[in-house]
Design a protein around this ligand. Structure first.
Ligand SMILES: Cc1cc2nc3c(=O)[nH]c(=O)nc-3n(C[C@H](O)[C@H](O)[C@H](O)COP(=O)(O)OP(=O)(O)OC[C@H]3O[C@@H](n4cnc5c(N)ncnc54)[C@H](O)[C@@H]3O)c2cc1C
Length: 505
């Protein structure tokens, strides 16, 4: 079917395939350097791996064991930088690492943490300290055992919101972001690319100077849509799952739990009432797509809880679970846990010099550096392109003085005195200073339209639709927010009905 907009005959510098963290991060960086950018995402922004992570901005203590010093150093430096860029959705988190059940001697763990503290970039986060779990409040809820534990810091990130904010900033700088739009094929043509993209209205072609393949688990699939693509690099697909259970312990800290198989599992405070527990590491043999937790993974995570916490959790207490597929660069490691978490950028210029850059692997934590590296690879095709600029540039809503979100919230509470503090807290954590753009001159919650559940107003849905590409209840309840774990099931239908009324009305 011919697309009604084909007459536009789009022509851009960069066509980016994939609206996960890597695609949107590159789109933002490129748009800010003056390139014209079109990003296509076949579903919703962050609908795959980038919404299914453990949500940590971390160096990856575990990777020190695999001697991934380059990756750990880069990630550690990025930690505080990303926190400064988006303090509303990224904040420090303390991790308690108990030595009970540890398959590693305490001196080795301490040595790893010493490196972690000193490899680079730590200015505001506290250094590691040692605690006795039988005396320190962070030991509450744990089974008795070796009381020695280490406490170190990393950061938490609302992963899917980080993706959306990168897309928003890219669009504010001129990029076009098309969700529910798939790349069908791409061909080299006289030093440029001609690509076919498809949305519900049909197919159309786009001309681009360069293509970025940021399709995550589909990176090889996208290479298959390009007739003369080089295919000498591959991805290893590794599934990881998390469960959400009623809160296991009091306190704002997380735990890093070591298992006898040397794997580690995180237990993290989640959405006030819950604890997030994950992840597993399982080879994924099928085609990329939607993954769900299996019985073996559930048992593994519940066994970990039972190993460490006084109160075990039963299967039917699991409130929610999610799974994602890591698109790891295939370094031919023997086990899924040992495959490198570092990234590889592959530049293929074909015979006529039309560049295609494919992204293999990566972490949310390193997305900004990955984008800088990607742009460096592409610079020679775009003489006159601007310099790197993202290191100190806040993301939308992140311009909060001194990273002091609580103080900003107090200011907002004075201005919007008739609003319930928990609602303002949620809005500030989601939108930062852009909460004011959404609230406008509303005097009370009634001015925000109908409440569709848990304080989600029709005004907020409008904002998410116009500013953040939300098109369905799932986009809103599980990616733009995590209201899905709080609201009754009928809220999803109400949100979908409201969205449909906007399209039909
Ligand atoms: C269980 C788990 C835990 C993790 N924990 C962490 C963590 O705590 N911290 C951290 O830093 N990293 C973590 N990661 C890693 C991180 O999540 C990934 O590295 C990152 O999200 C990958 O992003 P991406 O953009 O490459 O892929 P994706 O987010 O999968 O994006 C690729 C997108 O491309 C789209 N696409 C594919 N084909 C097409 C096409 N033909 N046309 C248009 N669009 C297409 C897909 O729909 C998809 O949305 C974790 C990963 C997993 C699975």
């Amino acid at each position: 079917m011919q697309h009604p907009n084909q007459a536009l005959d789009e022509e851009v510098d960069l066509l980016i395939v994939g609206g996960g963290i890597n695609g949107t991060g590159i789109a933002r960086d490129a748009a800010g350097r003056g390139l014209s950018v079109l990003l296509v995402e076949q579903e919703d922004l962050a609908s795959h791996t980038s919404s299914a992570s453990t949500k940590l901005i971390h160096g990856g203590l575990r990777y020190l064991e695999y001697r991934e010093f380059r990756l750990v150093r880069e990630a550690l430096i990025e930690r505080e930088r990303l926190w400064r860029m988006a303090p509303h959705i990224i904040w420090p988190l303390e991790f308690v690492l108990p030595q009970s059940n540890s398959p590693r001697p305490a001196w080795l763990v301490r040595l790893g943490l010493f490196l972690y503290d000193h490899l680079g970039g730590r200015k505001r986060l506290p250094a590691t300290r040692t605690v006795a779990l039988d005396r320190d409040p962070v030991g509450r809820g744990l089974k008795p055992g070796n009381p020695k534990a280490f406490v170190y810091s990393d950061c938490w990130v609302e992963d899917s919101r980080l993706v959306v904010l990168n897309a928003r900033d890219a669009a504010d700088r001129g990029a076009t972001i098309l969700t529910r739009t798939r790349l069908i094929d791409a061909r080299r043509n006289g030093g440029d690319w001609v690509a076919t993209i498809e949305d519900t209205a049909g197919q159309r072609s786009v001309r681009a100077r360069a293509v970025v393949n940021a399709a995550g688990p589909w990176v090889a699939d996208v290479l298959g849509k390009v007739p003369d693509a080089r295919r000498d690099r591959g991805v290893r697909l590794v599934k990881g799952s998390h469960i959400v259970v009623p809160r296991l312990y009091d306190g704002a800290h997380a735990f890093l739990l070591q298992n006898p198989d040397r794997r580690v599992v995180f237990a993290i405070p989640y959405e006030q009432h819950y604890t997030l527990v994950g992840t597993t590491d399982e080879a994924w043999q099928g085609a990329p797509g939607r993954a769900t937790i299996d019985h073996q993974e559930t048992t593994y995570l519940l066994d970990t809880i039972a190993r460490y916490f006084k109160r075990p959790v039963l299967q039917d207490e699991i409130v929610w679970s999610y799974s994602g597929i890591r698109p790891l660069y295939d370094d031919h490691a023997t086990s899924a846990s040992a495959v490198t978490r570092d990234y590889v950028l592959d530049l293929d210029t074909g015979t006529d010099g039309a560049p295609m850059l494919s992204i293999f692997g990566g972490k949310i934590t390193t997305y900004r550096k990955l984008a800088e590296h990607a742009l460096r690879e592409l610079t020679r095709f775009f003489p006159g392109i601007g310099p790197a600029w993202t290191a100190d540039a806040t993301l939308p809503g992140g311009d909060i003085a001194d990273l002091d979100v609580e103080r900003y919230l107090a200011t907002l509470q004075r201005r919007y005195a008739a609003f319930p503090p928990p609602l303002l807290h949620r809005l500030v954590r989601a939108y930062g200073t852009r909460a004011e753009r959404m609230l406008g001159n509303a005097q009370s919650p009634a001015d925000l339209g109908d409440d569709l559940g848990a304080g989600l107003s029709t005004r907020e849905v409008d904002y998410l639709r116009v500013e953040e590409w939300a098109r369905s209840a799932e986009d809103i309840l599980y990616r733009r927010s995590k209201l899905g774990v709080h609201v009754p099931p009928e809220t999803a239908a109400r949100v979908d009905d409201y969205l449909a009324s906007l399209i039909n009305g």
